[in-house]
Design a protein around this ligand. Structure first.
Ligand code: MD5
Ligand code: FE
Length: 209
């Protein structure tokens, strides 16, 4: 379902068995080498979501190889199977050959408890226009898809359910977006999630080695 040019929602894209594997993998990545934690903002606040990164470590507002805002440890590698999953999502979204060139080198994994939110923002730390692939597991959320000019209206609110994939490319890559609400206790326990929402995003940073 093309929500806007280049923004494609793939409802129910991940089989439950694959969601289970991702949940188990995220549990391991959340333990370290850099623990999943609330990212600290330069303003002194902390984000309500908890995040762990693979490939490149994101901090506001740059990427690094070591988590110098957490414990200084080198970030864990992005496994090839996860990059390949992202390539398959891009291929299914666009149904052309452009996915062959998609080579994500970073994943941000966000955990939302029932009260967590993400304010309207753009993802602009990447030096590359390649798409972002988003995978949702657990509780349903309201995803707010905005415009490229301002963080304000017009926007569209889309419900993202467990198993949904979303590909943001082309003119939508640098649109403002956020997560204003989690619908508690709407996830499928068969995924292994016990409350809350997990979101994995795959990105191509353009930062090289
Ligand atoms: C989430 N995460 O559901 C979202 C999914 C983040 C973040 O926003 O920065 O970790 S990624 C949504 C996204 C990425 C790039 C572009 C657009 C949306 N977009 O144009 O709407 O936790
Ligand atoms: Fe974002």
């Amino acid at each position: 379902v093309e929500v806007a040019p280049g923004a494609v929602h793939l409802p129910g894209w991940l089989p439950v068995a694959r969601q289970r594997e991702l949940v188990a993998a995220c549990r391991e990545w959340a333990r370290g080498p850099v623990p999943m934690r609330h990212t600290r903002l330069p303003t002194g606040g902390v984000m309500s979501v908890r995040t762990v990164c693979l490939g490149w470590h994101w901090q506001p507002y740059r990427y690094s190889r070591t988590a110098d805002d957490v414990n200084g440890a080198p970030v864990a590698a992005l496994p090839d199977w996860l990059a390949e999953l992202g390539r398959r999502a891009v291929a299914d979204a666009y149904q052309d050959l452009s996915a062959r060139e998609y080579d994500p080198d970073a994943a941000l994994i966000n955990f939302y408890d029932r009260d967590a939110k993400m304010g309207m923002h753009q993802d602009r730390e990447e030096r590359c226009p390649a798409p972002v692939v988003s995978l949702s597991i657990g509780d349903t959320c309201v995803f707010r898809f905005g415009n490229t000019a301002t963080r304000n209206r017009p926007w569209r609110d889309v419900r993202l359910l467990s198993g949904d994939a979303f590909v943001f490319g082309g003119p939508s890559r640098f649109a403002y977006h956020g997560v204003p609400k989690i619908h508690p206790d709407t996830g499928d326990p068969a995924t292994g999630m016990r409350g809350g929402r997990l979101n994995l995003t795959l990105r191509q940073t353009g930062l090289g080695s």
